[in-house]
Design a protein around this ligand. Structure first.
Ligand code: DOR
Length: 471
């Protein structure tokens, strides 16, 4: 029997590889009490399937909510070069333990991800070690600006990321002529860390004199963020390029960006939505130090309002680990960054529980949003023919987040000791149950590169993939 026949027979005989039953499933129609049948990593049937379908394996999701796999659109997994802080295995393990099924990884590694061989090295390092699906950003800089169109077309590349202000690592493009060259080479949405380098340099003396991490939002102030955001939007308008502004942190940028939604998409982070100054710096010291900074309550309120208004497209964790020893250096030598990939979903479910956003809006921000704005093939919704990526959660599960739960090589979270309501219970990546009952399910890491619409290698139809996957 050929592989294609075998697939047809499975469909004909209604025999799935995996049947998820009894849960409340978040489909594009809303919350439905239906079952999900998966064959060859795809969703092949939805509905009241119990008794009609048999399966090699079944997962009882009674009392739980079945969400489309959560896509974390910003993580720094530090490999190669900085693996004492994080690596692809531990980073993606943290992802699936936190209910995340796919990640976009950032280019400020060592070496920087600037060329095809750097991207290929990351893809090779992820093969057989990544627990979830993944794509890598290429960095945009003066040295590779003319090559970016080729880079972003490579399989497993999500696109190009630019640091307009120095953060961690050597990636920087603050010169207007370099930014124009970057914008002119490539078609994908350009992702930007928007802080104005000249202003940051001017103001650094403020913090060097004080040695007080509480001054971090004063050094990297609202104007630094707004100036860079306005500048890159002006250049994008000039060059006709689509933009994605990462980790927007100020009320002023949100007001400005709401007028540019035809061209610009917006990310916010769980830490900007959950922590606020000055309280976070008094309580956590440099553990709360991020770029752009966590700011005062009025900014946080504006971010929440923008989530309600629909101006925010995605939530990314900006998982940016450093060791506790590094974080203990006196400010401002202490590096900016905190872990986040594993706590993204628990924190956001807690916000759902508190009534700050609906579960449907969360799905929009963490699954449908990234799939829509980056053109990820086959992901982002629970629908026939889509990848069987499922984040299965207990909306009422109350847990305390602890450092010893964090898989990151850095081993800490700023939320240590925080109680949340809402918790990931099972994580399914392309039909593989990777986390079951809150622990790794004893399978091997089988994460694959994400595929993007319009990229060089198109997705195979289900039958062809099946044929390949059983040889
Ligand atoms: O605080 C940050 N740390 N912000 C960034 O954009 C980079 C990151 C890092 O890589 O540590």
């Amino acid at each position: 029997m050929t592989a294609v026949n075998s697939l047809s027979r499975r469909l004909e005989h209604r025999h799935a590889d995996l049947l998820v039953h009894g849960g409340t499933v978040l489909t594009p129609n809303g919350a439905e009490c239906i079952d999900v049948a998966c064959v060859a990593g795809r969703i092949v049937a939805l509905g009241n399937l119990h008794g009609h379908w048999s399966a090699d394996a079944a997962l009882d999701a009674s009392g739980l909510h079945v969400l489309p796999g959560v896509i974390d659109s910003q993580v720094h997994f530090r490999e190669p070069g900085l693996t004492h802080k994080e690596d692809l295995e531990a980073g993606t393990r943290g992802a699936v333990l936190g209910g995340v099924t796919a990640v976009f990884e950032m280019p400020n590694t060592n070496p920087l991800t600037l060329w095809a061989q750097d991207l290929q090295a990351k893809l090779d390092a992820a093969r057989g070690r990544a627990w979830c699906d993944h794509a890598f950003y290429s960095g945009g800089s003066a040295v590779n600006a003319e090559h970016l169109a080729e880079l972003e077309n490579l399989s497993g590349c999500v696109g190009v990321k630019v640091f307009m202000g120095s953060s961690f690592g050597d990636l920087l493009a603050d010169d207007e002529s370099v930014l124009r060259r970057i914008l002119r080479h490539g078609r994908r949405r350009l992702a930007v860390h928007a802080e104005d380098e000249a202003r940051l340099r001017e103001r650094k003396a403020i913090v060097e004199a004080s040695c007080d991490v509480g001054q971090h939002p004063l050094w990297r102030d609202e104007a630094s963020a707004l100036m860079a955001t306005q500048r890159i939007v002006r250049l994008a308008d000039e060059t006709g390029r689509r933009l994605h502004v990462l980790h927007v942190s100020t009320a002023e940028e949100m007001a400005f960006l709401a007028g540019h939604k035809h061209r610009v998409t917006v990310e916010v982070t769980p830490h900007h939505l959950s922590l606020f100054a000055p309280e976070c710096y008094e309580r956590l010291g440099s553990l709360a130090q991020m770029n752009p900074p966590v700011r005062e309550r009025r900014h946080q309120d504006a971010l929440w309002q923008s989530i309600r208004d629909g101006a925010v497209d995605v939530i990314g964790s900006d998982h940016a680990p450093h060791t506790l020893e590094e974080k203990a250096l006196p400010y401002p030598q202490s590096p900016s960054g905190m872990t986040g990939v594993q706590t993204l979903l628990p924190l956001m479910l807690d916000h759902v529980h508190a009534g700050r956003l609906s579960l449907q809006r969360l799905v929009d921000l963490t699954s449908a949003g990234p799939a829509r704005i980056f053109g990820i093939e086959g992901k982002g919704r629970i629908a026939l023919g889509y990848d069987a990526d499922l984040s299965i959660v207990d909306l009422h599960g109350r847990r305390t987040i602890r450092n010893d739960w964090i898989a990151s090589r850095s081993g800490w979270t700023p939320y240590d000791g925080a109680s949340v309501t809402g918790w990931p219970i099972h994580t399914i990546v392309r039909g593989h149950v990777v986390m079951r009952d809150e622990v790794l399910a004893g399978v091997s890491p089988e994460g694959r590169p994400l595929r993007f619409l319009g990229a060089a290698v198109p997705t195979q139809p289900l039958d062809d993939r099946w044929e390949r996957s059983i040889t």
